[in-house]
Design a protein around this ligand. Structure first.
Ligand code: PHE
Length: 343
């Protein structure tokens, strides 16, 4: 048998080979396509081929190689199709579908929603505003002009190449937005995210959330504010809750105060949260500074008001015993799925 016949026979054999399963496919691959395949040695036969037919021999050998490759590829495809239809046949469509998680509210949203509900019950309406603010609404209107030292209290992220636009440093910017567009009486609650250029640690972050409250009408007094905050504290922390107001400073309120809630010193958590004092700092508040009203075209002779700002992260950390603020922003499902509330 000459070498041409030998190669042709092998081609015929390959074409006729039955490949019925993955095992024979692998065998075939090793035999004809593997590194020690049985086609390779045939190339050496070229030395026995007459010079005039050497080219023809080369072409025949290529056909042989290609035939083996084609056979392998098409068999592999066929087997995959069979496997797929086997799987389809074994699919029981009458079985109930596996239950997929419905997700859960983020703890920050849960606390915000709870606060919103508490204030909605006494007539506050939700106001939402932009997170990218201009300097005027965030600072100037809020009685914090350019050279005011209180600007240092809130390290600000300005937009690139801008001295005009910034990420709001507090939800108090919603106050100026609403006051410049709404006639009193105004009674709003503004939940939202704020940003400050602070070093990230377990206790502080460069982004966090606040809920702002603003009430402006004729004859609104400090006593009204205290009563409102007392109501809030009792709803939030229980009917026996005690509060205290400490004098404080904010450029946009006068007088200003900080409100603490009595946690006690009976248990370790309360001691840790209150640094041993028993009092937990909950919010900043005060009577809206007449300058702020003026800046927003509201007559300070006719109207007075109060405002307050509550930090959400701190409340949430305390409520759910979370020790690291960074967890709120890491989107770790193991953390988030523990809050399976739908509030
Ligand atoms: N904007 C203040 C802050 O971010 C909080 C505050 C709001 C204080 C309203 C008084 C009145 O610290």
């Amino acid at each position: 048998m000459d070498v041409f016949e030998k190669v042709q026979k092998l081609i015929d054999h390959i074409v006729a080979t039955e490949i019925a399963d993955m095992e024979s496919l692998e065998k075939f691959r090793i035999e004809y396509l593997g590194s020690k395949n049985s086609i390779k040695p045939l190339f050496a036969e070229i030395k026995n081929v007459d010079n005039s037919r050497k080219k023809e021999f080369g072409q025949t050998m290529n056909t042989l190689k290609q035939t083996a490759q084609d056979k392998y590829d098409s068999s592999k495809l066929d087997l995959a199709k069979v496997a797929q239809s086997d799987e389809a046949a074994s699919l029981d469509l009458s079985l109930p579908t596996p239950i997929s998680g419905i997700g859960s509210r983020h703890p920050i949203s849960m606390v915000m929603n709870r606060l919103i509900k508490i204030f909605e019950r006494i007539g506050f309406a939700v106001a939402e505003e932009r997170e990218i603010e201009d300097d005027w609404h965030n600072f100037t209107a809020m009685n914090t002009p350019d050279d005011h030292p209180a600007r240092d209290m809130q390290d600000t992220f300005y937009l690139l190449n801008s001295t005009e636009h910034l990420l709001r440093t507090h939800t108090s910017s919603v106050q100026s937005r609403v006051m410049t567009t709404t006639e009193p009486p105004i009674r709003i609650i503004a939940p939202g995210r704020v940003y400050r250029n602070e070093t990230i640690s377990a206790r502080s972050h460069c982004q966090f959330h606040q809920v702002e409250g603003l009430y402006i009408d004729e004859n609104v007094s400090f006593a009204d504010m205290k009563q409102t905050l007392m109501y809030f504290a009792k709803e939030m922390y229980g009917p026996e809750t005690k509060i205290r107001l400490r004098p404080s400073y904010f450029p946009f309120t006068e007088p200003s105060a900080e409100m603490d809630v009595w946690m006690g010193t009976d248990n370790d958590t309360a001691k840790r949260l209150t640094k041993g004092t028993g009092w937990l700092e909950v919010l900043g508040c005060g009577m809206v500074d007449p300058n702020v009203l003026k800046n927003c075209n509201i007559d300070p002779e006719k109207y007075t008001g109060f405002a307050f700002g509550i930090g959400i992260e701190r409340s949430a950390m305390q409520m759910y015993d979370i020790s690291d603020i960074r967890m709120f922003f890491e989107n770790d499902v193991r953390f988030l799925s523990q809050f399976n509330s739908v509030i």
